[in-house]
Design a protein around this ligand. Structure first.
Ligand code: UVW
Length: 319
């Protein structure tokens, strides 16, 4: 497929469903509106064993941080430690207090993160029809802050696509559809319900640790692939939040049309579905395979970053 035959997103998605205006002209959290007290109370009823799983990847992992090409991993810098008091520069407090301070310089989209609904756009408009000029210098509209202010709580279902396909990890550019998600849920014996938060495991980032720099050669992650039927399914199912263990939640380049990150536009920009990326689903998946329970309570709140296009998060799943 040559560059000139690749359709523009606006053309590809011209008849695609949209949730713009559904929750009012001022809405900035989209399909998260599907999650309210009723969903939180129902999800709490799923807590049976009390096993808690935290789904964030370690920032500053000595083995490396997988990030989208062009982004750099977080850098943590020690500012104060015991050596600071060897000289005269360290702060002096009555009683002789010493302490450690550090800071990180990080992409807000590095590590496990929520994307703001205004994180991607095309044709000059973001989620809910906001003008793309509102992103200049920071997201005035549909930033991560409103998501952080409300939090995300609901029933989550883990769909272990790697195990379902009998693989350690899905392969580069491997795709799956909503029908595969349904088949995976059936094989796992779990019911998919409206307003479920979907946690999809590929274990693809294991290859980042196995392959080193070669991981980025011909970079194309596996993932969900666009079709009108898939978008309709996500809309009908009122999916509020798509969580995966890959960097971008979908196949990087759509093999059917050559377009990059189609679902960021069809699901996030058009339907307002929150994207959570680079989640660590390994321990949770092990546990689900062991006890056969693939539904759980899920809670997450990204950091409250004014104007932010994304923010790190450490989601919690409780079974
Ligand atoms: C891009 O949108 C480019 O990246 P991500 O959603 O993975 O942060």
């Amino acid at each position: 497929m040559t560059e000139s035959t690749v359709p523009a997103l606006g053309e590809l998605l011209k008849d695609a469903p949209s949730n713009w205006g559904k929750w009012g002209a001022d809405d900035e959290v989209g399909a998260l509106n599907y999650l309210g007290p009723e969903q939180a109370i129902a999800a709490a009823g799923l807590i049976r064993s009390g096993k808690v799983f935290t789904l964030q990847r370690l920032i500053g992992d000595p083995k490396g941080d997988p990030v989208w090409p062009g982004r750099t991993p977080a850098e943590r810098t020690q500012i104060l430690d015991e050596s600071s008091w060897d000289g005269d520069d360290a702060p002096a407090f009555p009683g002789g207090l010493h302490y450690a301070d550090d800071k990180i310089n990080a992409f807000l989209q590095g590590s496990t993160q929520y994307d703001a609904l205004g994180h991607v756009w095309h044709d000059g408009q973001l989620y809910n029809g906001y003008d793309a000029r509102t992103t200049v210098g920071g997201l005035d509209k549909a930033s991560v802050e409103p998501i952080a202010q409300r939090g995300v709580v609901g029933r989550a279902v883990l769909l272990d696509m790697a195990r379902f396909r009998g693989k350690d990890t899905l392969e580069s550019a491997e795709t799956y559809t909503h029908e595969d998600l349904i088949a995976c849920a059936e094989a796992q014996g779990v019911e998919l319900r409206k307003r479920d938060i979907l946690l999809i495991r590929t274990n693809y980032l294991q290859l980042f640790f196995d392959l080193g720099d070669k991981f980025y050669e011909g970079f194309c992650e596996p993932g969900l692939v666009y079709s009108p039927e898939l978008v309709e399914w996500f809309q009908e199912m009122e999916i509020p939040n798509l969580v995966t263990d890959t960097i971008a939640n979908e196949v990087t380049t759509d093999p059917n049309n050559g377009v990059a990150l189609v679902l960021h536009n069809a699901l996030m920009r058009n339907l307002g579905i929150a994207f959570t990326e680079i989640a660590d689903l390994e321990q949770l998946a092990e546990d689900c395979a062991a006890d056969g329970v693939y539904e759980m309570f899920y809670a997450a709140a990204p950091l409250k970053v004014a104007l932010g296009s994304g923010s790190p998060v450490n989601p919690v799943a409780i079974k």
